[in-house]
Design a binder for this molecule. Structure first.
Ligand SMILES: C[S@@+](CC[C@H](N)C(=O)[O-])C[C@H]1O[C@@H](n2cnc3c(N)ncnc32)[C@H](O)[C@@H]1O
Length: 728
């Protein structure tokens, strides 16, 4: 594991003192420990964390493998409330040591149901420094696959209890420009259903201006002069060359070369600049990469700070007192970009470099002035950035910077391209066809259909008080033009017919199907029936009902869903169990939707019982009502067929545990039997947690299959083992 270019480049950057160099390089060659975070609301997280501390750490403490002691998991010292862990054992130990095998099953199942997030330690830092509160409007600009999004959602839902979801007044938009990855993100986030969540699929560097309804109100801290949705917190975990992940992605050793970072710099700057324009006063941006390269880190921060000269008053936040046990190094103010793959770092300035090129080549160069440290680098206080190195605390490499917007002199202008040079740059980044179109349009300041380029250019030269509205509109159009060229919306109509997702239609509270659903499920009058949406063009409550909070509803109703390429919003709470229309349909509460609707479930819908009932529900797919002990048997027999909720109160106990908080689950009653409406992985996780073993019918069937396979196949040991592990 070596790469001479890597060594030469980073030696030239002076990021690691000479005396630490070997230590740094050796750490990069070691496998990364496994790290995970106990997720979910604080209440649930602490219950599970206690289980790790009280059950698994003692179980694993004496573990030995092939005559050697294997250390048990330990808490990451800097992670708040001890909720993140690491352990360092090989796959062989995980598969063969009885104790670790049990721990591994626990991790796998709890990860499946979203109670545990397998996440690199350093990747947990940005959301912590973003400091999200439930009332914040938050956007995660480059979110997929979503491990940080999950942390942001948890912070938004800090008030959740173990059984029910709070409805935070804030909002989280997770965005990614890669459609496939954005869908993966949706899949991941289904573990944390939230009425305050939206996913969009846009290029973050040209993220469009989103609107809120035209209102004079300040309910959501919307400025009276603007109905633009500005964000309190923005995460820019930008695409990067990723050399901080060398320990995990060993293939990088072979292919690493510095032009990857050079090539990403411009996109990284543009994403950060876009975030700066979308930020509320006093708002905070966290910029992060898993790269060690200053061109992708400090150079980006410096370029973005310098591109807003004084207008928005951004500054790097000193976070040296936060996460005090996290070992870090300060950001640097001097670095030397390389201009080619051979690590030519001899040019002290961009001018020197450009002068060295033949005149015909100068315009072609992709390396810009902002790859070099600016002359005011010291005054930008780049040392406030965080550099995390593998040898400090046995982690990956990482970079984080926290930016704060102090105030804006003019809210209208906050959406603007701020300097003439910036406007020109903006246009220069547009594809050629778009540029020609933008440049050929006529100027008419009284007509919204005016030239974008002229408008942008005039907006930065006109006095701030003149034509504010026109300027705002035009900036939006420039973004729309850019979005259109990358598959987004059309200039004349905000609708983008190339976007194929189903529309989002809010039902009226008196919709007959919705009313019938509410009546069937005995939801109380507090149920927010005006925040229920369906996903089809006609607005018919055809199958699934989604619940959003007020702010998400406002955003969806005030913006064309195709223009914002909205992939999902809110949380699916109820689905039709059987065919049937309107009043005839039978509705069922979904497992993932239960926490969101529980606050509105009337007592008649909830059956309270003991863990012995749960045992039967886990052991059998469709247990007969007559198979339960009293009083549950009579209680369930007396219920109508359909959707119900079963509650196991705190204090119920089983062989393995004593429930420390209520547990509620969705139940379906047929004529003579019942069934627990959660998926088989959730059942297994519950079973392991509450009964110390997987007692589910699915696990029993899998074990039987395994035995059959072992008896049937006359394989040698090695083949047999492989077959069995594939079946697991
Ligand atoms: C470092 S990864 C993000 C990891 C993610 N934050 C997490 O914690 O799971 C960068 C992401 O940026 C996305 N991306 C690349 N270019 C983008 C752009 N112009 N706009 C938005 N997302 C972009 C990539 O698809 C990738 O998913």
């Amino acid at each position: 594991m070596n790469n001479e270019r890597f060594t030469a480049y980073y030696k030239a950057q002076n990021i690691i003192p000479d005396e630490d160099w070997d230590h740094f390089m050796n750490a990069l060659r070691l496998p990364l420990p496994t790290t995970f975070r106990v997720a979910g609301s604080r209440e649930t997280a602490h219950v599970l964390n206690n289980a790790i501390e009280e059950t698994y750490v003692p179980l694993l403490s004496g573990a030995e493998f092939e005559g050697e002691q294997v250390p048990p998991p330990s808490q990451l010292p800097w992670y708040p409330e001890g909720l993140a862990w690491q352990f360092n054992v090989s796959k062989k130990v995980l598969r063969k040591s009885v104790e670790f095998k049990k721990f591994h099953s626990f991790l796998v199942f709890e990860t499946e149901v979203g109670n545990i997030s397998r996440q690199e330690a350093v990747s947990m830092i940005p959301p912590l420094l973003l400091d999200v509160q439930p009332y914040h409007k938050v956007i995660d600009m480059c979110a997929a696959p979503g491990s940080k999004t999950a942390q942001l959602l948890e912070a938004l839902h800090a008030q959740d209890t173990a059984t029910s979801t709070s409805t935070p007044p804030g909002l989280l938009i997770a965005n990614d420009s890669d459609g496939k990855r954005a869908h993966l993100l949706i899949h991941q986030s289904a573990r944390l259903p939230s009425p305050a969540f939206m996913v969009t699929n846009l290029d973050a560097s040209i993220y469009p201006i989103l609107r809120l309804p035209n209102t004079e109100s300040e309910i959501h801290r919307v400025k009276k002069t603007s109905n633009q949705l500005l964000f309190d917190r923005i995460l820019c975990d930008v695409p990067c060359s990723g050399d901080g992940t060398l320990r995990k992605n060993v293939g990088i050793w072979k292919r690493w070369q510095p032009m990857d970072g050079n090539g990403l710099h411009s996109l990284q700057v543009r994403i950060l600049q876009r975030a700066m324009r979308m930020l509320e006063d006093d708002g905070r941006i966290v910029y992060s990469t898993c790269s060690l390269n200053p061109v992708e880190n400090e150079a980006v921060i410096a370029a973005a700070l310098n591109s807003n000269p004084g207008k928005f008053s951004f500054e790097l936040v000193d976070v040296s007192d936060q996460l005090p046990q996290l070992l870090r190094r300060p950001g640097i103010s001097a670095w030397t970009p390389t201009v080619d793959r051979s690590i030519n770092t001899t040019f002290r300035t961009w001018d020197d470099f450009v002068q060295s090129l033949p005149e015909s080549k100068r315009l072609e160069s992709k390396i810009s002035e902002s790859h070099w440290p600016p002359s005011n680098a010291e005054s930008l206080r780049l040392q406030r950035c965080l550099r995390i190195y593998p040898h400090l605390q046995d982690t990956g490499g990482f970079f984080v910077a926290v930016l704060q917007k102090k105030q804006s002199c003019d809210v209208g202008l906050s959406t603007q391209i701020s300097t003439k040079r910036e406007a020109e740059e903006f246009i220069n980044h547009a594809p050629e066809t778009k540029k020609a179109k933008l440049e050929s349009e006529e100027v008419n300041p009284h007509n919204p259909v005016i030239s974008d380029i002229e408008d942008v250019l005039s907006s930065v030269t006109a006095p701030a008080s003149v034509g504010k509205e026109t300027k705002k509109l035009s900036t939006e159009r420039v973004l729309d033009e850019k979005a259109k060229s990358s598959g987004g919306s059309n200039k004349d109509s905000p609708h983008d017919s190339s976007f194929k997702e189903m529309p989002y239609t809010f039902l009226t509270p008196d919709d007959t199907t919705l009313q019938s659903c509410i009546a069937q499920l005995s939801f109380t009058s507090e149920f927010p029936s005006s925040n229920v949406l369906v996903r089809n063009p006609t607005g018919e409550a055809a199958r699934s009902l989604y619940l959003t909070n007020d702010l998400v509803k406002e955003v969806v109703r005030s913006n064309d869903y195709t223009r914002m390429r909205l992939l999902t919003c809110g949380t699916k709470v109820v689905t039709k169990q059987e065919a049937g229309k309107g009043m005839d349909a039978q509705f069922r509460i979904l497992g993932e939707g239960l926490p969101a609707v529980l606050p509105y479930a009337s007592p008649g819908l909830i059956l309270t019982t003991e863990l012995a009932t749960l045992k039967i529900l886990l052991e059998t797919y469709y247990p007969l009502c007559t198979g339960f002990a009293e009083p549950f048997r009579s209680a369930i027999e007396a219920k109508n067929t359909g959707s119900h909720i079963v509650r196991f109160p705190a204090g119920s106990s089983s062989e393995a545990t004593n429930l420390s908080h209520d547990l509620v689950l969705p139940l379906w009653k047929s004529n003579v039997s019942v069934s627990l409406m959660i998926d088989k992985k959730a059942k297994s996780a519950l079973s392991l947690r509450l009964f110390g073993e997987d007692i589910t019918s699915a696990a029993r069937e899998a074990a039987q299959k395994k035995t059959l396979l072992a008896e049937k196949l006359p394989l040698n040991d090695h083949q047999m083992e492989e077959d069995l592990s594939q079946n697991e």
